[in-house]
Design a protein around this ligand. Structure first.
Ligand code: FUL
Length: 692
């Protein structure tokens, strides 16, 4: 190149650099998502289906010795599942190819414990294949749940099992087309059948599975996959520390790539994390993961599902909603109705983005070529964004709605390809002639949706008050969503007082005591009211302002606890286990495991079951996992009437309900054999009995 051409090149670069003022996009800040993680995050909402031998035994976790012959879903129809999921607005389905019991829904070459030895289709069936075909037909993606813990396999705990596990993974990731997500549950080691050994096997979850090599194998077989793992090694996605269906309001898509993960890190992410590990919120449409007929009337209502929507997708997570499949192989109509009801509510809520076709202005815009200006947040293009100069970490963006507009939702999205940046923001509305703060929040991430009481305003202002680096916002939405009231909750204390509560602000309650459907003509609730013995209260929440009412909430109470006493315990706090309040707890600590809780019911009853609600605090101590339950008429001669495990109680601390053949008893004894913390403590939020 001669001197002259160098001269012209310099001039040209000068023009490009200053004359047209093109501005470089901001540089990525901190960890960023992979293409697979972005594709997954944009799915937002997808399904789990739980189906296995548990479906036929009414269990949560199979022991591994259940008979494969039980599996006979005479109406099995994966197309029904896919049709419902599609109608519900979901983008994929993850099937429990193998749960902890070890039974395989596909005819694996490596075990006899599978559909090939079940009567279903004379052993010729393959549920994973049918699921894959149905997903294809309905335009859904397929995901696989393969439990690392296998309570059936004789080699579980030995190195040979890892080969078996990888062989199964290879079958699943090779023979069924593209798999978008693979799910490795963290429940691990413990007692099981293990090929007849019937023993307890402990493994070190940080080393046993050698995840590093398994991951490499997975990525080779399925280059577009994301890996979910709450076990030792970090996958591509993280659990949020609860199965109740919500992630923290502050939610960083970051974690450290190695090292121990505490509950708080799962729930809120880690602001300083060095790896992109976004949150997936998994929950079931019923309390449990597998189908139990007793839960047919416990399917989550549309308002409850909408709450979960806002607490997952609305908080920078994805939403993985489970359908338990019935023994006949179908999704129950109640579950279908709820899921489709939620889809309708989502559609209605976000049908019209009131920010579109309005004007947007920002306090600072990167460069002056219009490439990163405020209008990019309302142009409907997810690849364009508003960005400020590098040095700016707080800035505001104003949307001029042009006329007084009523709204109650605000949505913002960061352009996460450049990292997650925003640490805090507020939203203001221009009401009349003044700005009014309507919401304050922390992180945004891929998507954040805020809910607030409806406000009528001409302008809306997003103030980013703290950001790790210059903010990069790709989308803003303003919506007027219909409001759904939650069914009220009911509790009865030991004195017999029943109280009705809800999280919704402002409404009133109407209730009945004769099992009739409550209406606004029923009893108006003025505060706790007295009751005795068995009662069933049905109640609705009613909002006089909108004239809307909630679905019906049902509170069923058994015999009165007025005369109940804990035998041999002087600690005054012990009474908290009968106070009807799930958030108060008593820990019994003055003894060694096994530990007995003896209750005098004050009179003889025909007892046919008991209920145990564990401490509801996250990962608390003393949650009973294995128990025996005895009854007595005289506090001397005891009869064992029920024993077993409270499966999955650590991750999902639900009310445990156990039934047995009716027996006359005045005294009951719940014997805690083992707990989640391996120490000498038993914690109880509530204990109750079921009588005939
Ligand atoms: C849990 C398992 O133990 C449950 O049975 C269920 O599969 C759920 C999705 O993960 O931890």
């Amino acid at each position: 190149m001669n001197i002259k051409s160098i001269y012209y090149l310099v001039i040209l670069l000068g023009i490009l650099g200053t004359g047209c003022q093109p501005t470089e996009a901001p540089e990525a800040f901190g960890p960023v998502p992979s293409e697979n993680q972005i594709r997954w995050q944009e799915m937002e909402y997808y399904a789990f289906v739980h189906f296995s031998l548990n479906t036929y035994t009414d269990q949560s976790w199979g022991y591994g010795n259940e008979d494969a012959k039980l599996f006979n879903p005479e109406k099995a129809d994966c197309r029904q599942w896919a049709r419902i999921c599609k109608g519900a607005g979901m983008k994929g389905i993850i099937i429990t190819a193998k749960h902890h019991c070890g039974f395989c829904l596909w005819p694996s070459k490596y075990t006899e414990y599978s559909v090939k030895n079940a009567p279903w289709k004379n052993g010729q069936g393959d549920m994973v294949r049918e699921m894959a075909d149905a997903c294809k037909e309905y335009g859904l993606k397929l995901g696989i749940y393969l439990s690392p813990w296998d309570r059936n396999h004789p080699d579980y705990g030995k190195p040979e099992y890892i080969t078996y596990f990888r062989n199964q993974l290879t079958e699943l990731l090779t023979n069924y087309g593209e798999i978008f997500e693979v799910w490795f549950d963290g429940a691990n080691g413990g007692d099981g059948y293990y090929g007849g050994a019937n023993e307890t096997r402990k493994i070190d979850r940080t080393t046993y599975y050698d995840w590093k090599n398994t991951y490499a194998m997975i990525r080779k077989l399925q280059p577009n996959i994301v890996i979910w793992n709450d076990g030792g090694d970090r996958g591509d996605l993280r659990w949020v520390g609860t199965e109740e269906g919500f992630v923290g309001e502050t939610n960083w898509s970051l974690l450290n790539g190695t090292g121990e993960v505490e509950w708080g890190m799962l729930h809120f992410g880690l602001e300083t994390g060095n790896a992109w590990v976004p949150a997936e919120v998994n929950t079931s449409i019923r309390p449990e993961w597998f189908y139990h007929p007793s839960e047919d009337d416990k399917v989550k209502s549309v308002p409850k599902l909408m709450d979960t929507y806002y607490s997952s997708i609305g908080r920078n997570g994805t939403f993985l909603l489970n359908f338990p499949i019935m023994p006949n192989g179908l999704i129950h109509p109640n579950d279908e109705k709820a899921a489709l009801g939620m889809a309708k509510a989502v559609k209605e809520s976000f049908a019209v983005n009131l920010a579109e076709n309005t004007k947007a202005e920002a306090s600072n815009v990167r460069g002056n070529a219009g490439k990163f200006d405020a209008a990019k947040t309302i142009d409907g293009d997810k690849e364009s964004y508003w960005a400020t100069d590098d040095s700016v970490t707080n800035a505001s963006l104003t949307i001029d709605l042009g006329k007084p507009t009523l709204f109650n939702r605000f949505m913002a999205q960061e352009y996460i390809r450049l990292g997650q940046r925003v640490k805090a923001f507020t939203v203001e509305a221009f009401v009349g002639s003044a700005w009014k703060e309507i919401a304050t929040a922390t992180t945004i991430g891929y998507k954040r949706i805020l809910r607030f009481p409806a406000v009528e305003a001409t302008k809306v202002r997003l103030n980013i008050t703290a950001s790790k680096s210059c903010p990069v916002i790709s989308n803003i939405g303003i919506y007027s969503a219909p409001v759904f009231l939650n069914a009220p909750s009911m509790a009865r204390d030991q004195s017999g007082d029943i109280s009705i509560t809800t999280n919704d602000i402002g409404p009133v309650f109407y209730y009945t005591t004769d099992r009739s459907e409550p209406t606004t003509q029923s009893n108006l609730y003025h505060g706790p009211f007295q009751s005795d013995g068995k009662v069933e209260i049905r109640a609705i929440t009613y909002d006089p302002a909108s004239g809307k009412s909630s679905p019906v909430g049902i509170g069923k109470f058994d015999i009165s606890k007025k005369a109940w006493k804990i035998v041999g315990v002087t600690d005054k706090n012990a009474g908290l286990i009968f106070d009807g309040n799930p958030s108060t707890v008593w820990h019994q600590r003055d003894g060694k495991m096994p530990m007995d809780l003896v209750v005098d019911l004050g009179a003889k009853y025909n007892v046919c079951g008991f209920k145990y609600l564990p401490d509801q605090a996250r990962w608390s101590s003393g949650i009973i996992t294995h128990y025996q339950f005895f009854v007595s008429e005289n506090n001397k001669d005891w009869k064992l009437v029920n024993e077993g495990e409270f499966s999955n109680i650590k991750n999902n601390p639900l009310l445990q309900v156990k039934d047995f053949t009716p027996v006359i008893a005045r005294y009951i004894k719940l014997c805690a054999l083992r707990n989640t913390s391996g120490d000498d403590m038993a914690g109880y939020a509530e204990v109750d009995v079921i009588t005939e």
